[in-house]
Design a protein around this ligand. Structure first.
Ligand code: GLN
Length: 259
């Protein structure tokens, strides 16, 4: 299934996450190490969104990870390794907060740009690694609680896009992001047991992530946090997140509890 990552901390070139690290996202797209039976390669599109670095000198300095504008997003239905322009653009793009994903489409779901994470509203960026079992029938009743307009404007007819609409609905209602994510996992598991629900959400200030059926690791240190399906390098600070966890992380701390 897909691979995803999020970073918060001192500004770094986007290329470090996508291309430069030994096990950067591009490598995870064609040679993932821990797919847990959920596919083999991640060739069905990719997406990346990053918060602009506050480099304009007349702006007040922002706290680390709290860029003051909305993220910029770039998605594609092509494999990450086939985008000839992105390595150069990513090397020239410095960011304090980013979320990126590569996709392995679940059988029966379309391979289109808009099905690739991150899904976005305002500052919120979201990704899903996994599958909703029994799609779409199993979650039809849950979906029916959403405003009809949300259903008519889903990013794509996929399980991940619906999960985003469910999380977004709770965020719009003012829910705490960790509560919103945990609530959606619980309601989807209730109707679609056996689903794999690794969710990843950030607003540029914190990262919320779950592990339900897929791998995830965290690295904390040097005023930065990276949450990634697979470690990007052999830094001993990478820690695997146990299955069935809810993670809330900022550049200074990561709290992991049972979901
Ligand atoms: N089921 C989702 C999709 O097809 C996510 C797939 C994944 O994790 N590989 O888009």
């Amino acid at each position: 299934m897909c691979r995803h990552l999020a970073y918060l901390g001192p500004p770094i070139p986007l290329s470090r996450l996508l291309f430069d690290a030994p096990h950067a996202l591009v490598r995870q797209s064609w040679a993932p190490r821990d797919m847990r039976g959920g596919g083999t390669i991640n060739a069905d599109g990719f997406g990346v969104a990053w918060f602009p670095s506050t480099t304009v000198s007349d702006r007040p300095a922002q706290p680390v990870g709290m860029a003051d504008t909305e993220p910029i997003r770039y998605r594609s239905a092509a494999p990450l390794w086939s985008d000839a322009a992105l390595p150069g653009l990513a090397a020239a793009t410095v960011t304090p907060a980013a979320l990126a994903a590569v996709r392995s489409a679940t059988a029966g779901m379309p391979v289109v740009e808009t099905a690739a994470a991150p899904f976005q509203e305002g500052r919120w960026l979201f990704s899903h690694n996994g599958v909703v079992r029994g799609w779409p029938g199993s979650v039809a009743k849950l979906a029916a609680h959403l405003p009809t307009t949300d259903l008519l404007t889903l990013d794509a007819p996929t399980d991940s896009a619906l999960l985003w609409a469910l999380v977004r609905d709770r965020l719009r209602a003012g829910a705490d992001p960790a509560v919103a994510v945990a609530g959606v996992v619980a309601e989807v598991e209730a109707v679609a047991p056996g689903s794999r629900l690794n969710l990843l959400l950030t607003d540029g200030g914190r990262i919320v992530a779950t592990t339900v059926g897929h791998a995830l690791s965290i690295r904390l240190g040097d005023g930065a946090v990276t949450v990634s399906s697979e470690p990007l390098d052999d830094d001993p600070r990478w820690e695997g997140v146990p299955d069935r966890s809810l993670v809330v992380a900022t550049p200074s701390e990561a709290k992991t509890g049972e979901i």
